[in-house]
Structure formats: structure tokens, C-alpha cells
Design a protein around this ligand. Structure first.
Ligand code: FAD
Length: 388
């Protein structure tokens, strides 16, 4: 019978197996997982799971799915001509292949110990070291390190944060929003406008020569799609595995989904490397449809969405902003607030909410519909996002 191999047992890989079954596929499915454990959910790893107070397992009936799960099976090469994936254990032939190998953290030079937070075993290692008085240095003040800082401060660690930009999250959110969030970092020793050259035994060495003596160093400066194993496969690669709007690669028998994919977005007329949980959750249904019913030409082109829980706040962001977009703050009750971005035509392009999931739902719908809004009419967070 027909055989589909899925490489990568993260959210996207697991959801692909489920989506194939939901779409009626009853042939063979093999799921190759580099890690030694069954697929689990990553976002909690820097949140409640970092204190051990949240479980990260997916509620999935693996037996019922009827898939062959191979744990500790890291794909090392792909031969598209012969349709074979190779792991250390041998060859895995396929009729169709889905690449869902996600992304891996970037690390800095140096011989000192650097930790990253990507896997459940990374989280376990870190959890064991965060206790009262631990001198923790976080390199990078991005989304994940903001969450680690929150947890570490709650455990009474002494937290230093080094950020190359002039404020945390200034790149993704712009200077005014970044400035408004800056006070959240008050309990940490935040050092901006300075980079880390290398990490030595005692800790990170900054570009101004300062050594920050640390018990634990966590590097959180971004991730790169996990594509090393695809060298020589002949697939188009550009930051990630290049796929069209049906998530199909340059080889019609091969698909890619989740953090590893660089997908073409007709909505934005550009290629998007997502790196958000929601893309990995929803993309697999399109893969299953494209694989099983190619005539229907299914399209995956959502408005990007993600969230972060940091310093006691729920931060949610939807859309795609560019430097030239205009921004207005929106203020609500009980410390809730938002920020809305507009393009030259007055169309809503992106929206941030802080502690107000309800307004995020409205913003998602408004951006999806492409509404044109009068910025002055929405400075109150309670005002509706209606087209003018
Ligand atoms: P992954 O989850 O990375 O899964 C890929 C899997 O493939 C991994 O298990 C990996 O071991 C395996 N693999 C890699 N190479 C190979 C190979 N050669 N052979 C076999 N297997 C391989 N997103 C949000 O939107 N909001 C959040 O709040 C948020 N918080 C996060 C917190 C943390 C700590 C982390 C790490 C991520 C967070 N994310 C968040 C991002 C989100 O988790 C990812 O977007 C999502 O996990 C992507 O799923 P994926 O299946 O594409 O990739």
C-alpha cells in the first residue's frame, strides 16, 4: 500500500498524522522523531512547565492513530530521486514525505556552558538549576527569554539580561510599544545596547569587555529551521524549506509544514518563515488535503498569530507590520491595552493586545477581512474595529 513518512515529531508532525487520518487516509504512516520521547507541546516549556506545574503531553491516542512512531530516529539525509529518508538505523522508503523538523536555537561562540530552551530535556535541565540566589544570565531579551525571566524572578533567582538592541522586543514591536513594556523588566538587571562576544567558563563576555559572572547562561537569540539533514536533497531552501501556498516543496511528492517551512503567502505577496505554534497547528490540514486531493488546490495563508505570557501579562499579536505602518495605542479598563498598526491606505495590518484576549479575537477577524479603520476612532480599546 501507499506509505507516507513524516519527519519530525513536534506539533506539526503529529497534527499531520492526525489530519491524514481525519481526511480518510488509511495507508501506512511512519513518524520519525529525533527525540527519545513522544511528541509534546513546547510553549509551556518556558511558562508553567518550567516550574514543573504544567504537563506538556498531548492528549492523543497514539495506538488509535495507527501510525508507526520511531523514537530516537533522527533523519540524516534525503534522496528525493529514490524516495528514501535515511536515519542511523537504515532506510525509510516513502510515496509521499512531510518535513516537519521545526527549528533549532542559535548559539554563541565560546567554551563556557550555554543552555538553550527548545526541548523538554532542555527544560528539565534548566528547572534543576533555577533556585533562590542562582545567578542567571539571559542572552537576548526576546519572547522566550522574557518568559524565562518571569519564572526565574518568581523563584528568587538573580537575573541579568543582555540585549543588543536598545529595548526588549523593539524589532518585532517597534520603539513605542517596546518602551511601554520596558518597566516590566524592572526586577531584572537589564543591559541594552550591548552584545555578547563569547561565553567563557565564568559567564558571557560583553562587547565592552565586561564579564558577567553567572551560574547559568541561557542563550535565546533566535532559532533557525532544522534543515542541515536536507543538504544534497536538491529541495529548494531559502531560510527554510521553500513551499508554495499548498505547502508543497519543489518536489511534488514532498511537503513541509511548521517552523521548518518558508511558505509563499499570496495574502502578503512574500515568503513567510512562521515560527509560531498556530501555523504548526493549522498547516497540517492543508498538507493532508493537498496530498490526498491535489485537484482541490487547498491554500494555507493565515494571518500570522502568536502569544506570550510574560511578567504577569498575556501578550497577543496578530498580523504583519512593516516599518512604515502607523501605530496608535488603545487603552482600556483594568490596565488592558492594545496597539493597532495601519498601512498607507488606512487598512489595519497588525494588532497587539495586552491582557485582553477578547479584543484579540476582534482584531484577528478585522485583519482577516482587511478593514479600513479611522485610527482616531479606536483609541478606546472598547471601540469597535469597523470599516470607515
Ligand atoms: P518543533 O516543535 O520544533 O518540532 C520539530 C521536531 O522535529 C522536534 O521534536 C525535533 O526534535 C524533530 N527533529 C528535528 N530534526 C529532525 C530530524 N532530522 N529527524 C527527525 N526529527 C527531527 N509559539 C507561540 O506561538 N507562542 C508561544 O508562547 C510559544 N512559546 C514557546 C516556548 C518555547 C520554550 C519554545 C521552544 C517555543 C515556543 N513557541 C511559541 C514556538 C512553538 O512552540 C513552535 O512554533 C512549534 O513548536 C513549531 O512546531 P513544529 O512541529 O514545526 O516544530
Amino acid at each position: 500500500g501507499r506509505r507516507i513518512v513524516v519527519v519530525g515529531g513536534g506539533l506539526a508532525g503529529l497534527r499531520t498524522c492526525e489530519a491524514l487520518r481525519a481526511a480518510g487516509y488509511d495507508g501506512g504512516i511512519e513518524l520519525l522523531c529525533a527525540e527519545a520521547v513522544l511528541p509534546y507541546d513546547r510553549p509551556p516549556l518556558s511558562k508553567a512547565a518550567l516550574t514543573g506545574s504544567q504537563d506538556t503531553t498531548f492528549d492523543v491516542d497514539f495506538d488509535g492513530l495507527g501510525i508507526e512512531v520511531r523514537l530516537g530516529a533522527r533523519a540524516v539525509s534525503l534522496d528525493c530521486g529514490r524516495r528514501i529518508v535515511t536515519t542511523e538505523d537504515g532506510e525509510h522508503p516513502y510515496d509521499a514525505l512531510v518535513i516537519a523538523t521545526g527549528a533549532a536555537p542559535i548559539v554563541l561562540p565560546g567554551r563556557g556552558r550555554q543552555q538553550v530552551l527548545r526541548t523538554s530535556s532542555d527544560a528539565e535541565a534548566l528547572r534543576g538549576e533555577l533556585r533562590s540566589g542562582t545567578r542567571l544570565t539571559l542572552v537576548g531579551a526576546g519572547w522566550i527569554n522574557a518568559e524565562i525571566a518571569t519564572t526565574a524572578l518568581s523563584l528568587d533567582c538573580s537575573v541579568t539580561v543582555v540585549e543588543a538592541d536598545s529595548a526588549p522586543l523593539r524589532g518585532p514591536l517597534g520603539p513605542r510599544v517596546a518602551e511601554r513594556m520596558l518597566p516590566w523588566w524592572g526586577a531584572a538587571d537589564l543591559r541594552c545596547d550591548v552584545g555578547v562576544i563569547e561565553v567563557v567558563e565564568a559567564g558571557p563576555v560583553l562587547s565592552d569587555g565586561t564579564l558577567i559572572e553567572s551560574d547559568v547562561v541561557v542563550t535565546g537569540i533566535g532559532v533557525r529551521p532544522d534543515i542541515g539533514w536536507l543538504a544534497g536533497s536538491g529541495l529548494d531552501i531559502d531560510r527554510g524549506v521553500v513551499v508554495d501556498e499548498s505547502l508543497r516543496t519543489s518536489d511534488p511528492a514532498v511537503f513541509a509544514v511548521g517552523d521548518v517551512a518558508a511558505r509563499w503567502s499570496p495574502r502578503y505577496g512574500s515568503r513567510i518563515v512562521g515560527q509560531h505554534w498556530d501555523d504548526a497547528r493549522t498547516g497540517p490540514a492543508t498538507v493532508a488535503a493537498a496530498l490526498l486531493r491535489p485537484d482541490e488546490r487547498p491554500v494555507f495563508d493565515p494571518v500570522p498569530y502568536f502569544w506570550s505570557d510574560q511578567f504577569g501579562h498575556k501578550v497577543q499579536f496578530v498580523g504583519y507590520r512593516t516599518e512604515s505602518d502607523e501605530m496608535v495605542f488603545r487603552d482600556g479598563d483594568d490596565g488592558k491595552w492594545g496597539a493597532a498598526w495601519f498601512d498607507e491606505a488606512g487598512r489595519l495590518t497588525a494588532h497587539l493586545t495586552v491582557d485582553s484576549p477578547r479584543h484579540m479575537v476582534q482584531a484577528r477577524m478585522a485583519i482577516d477581512r482587511g478593514v479600513v479603520v479611522d485610527p482616531d476612532s479606536i483609541r478606546d480599546l472598547a471601540a469597535p474595529l469597523q470599516s470607515v
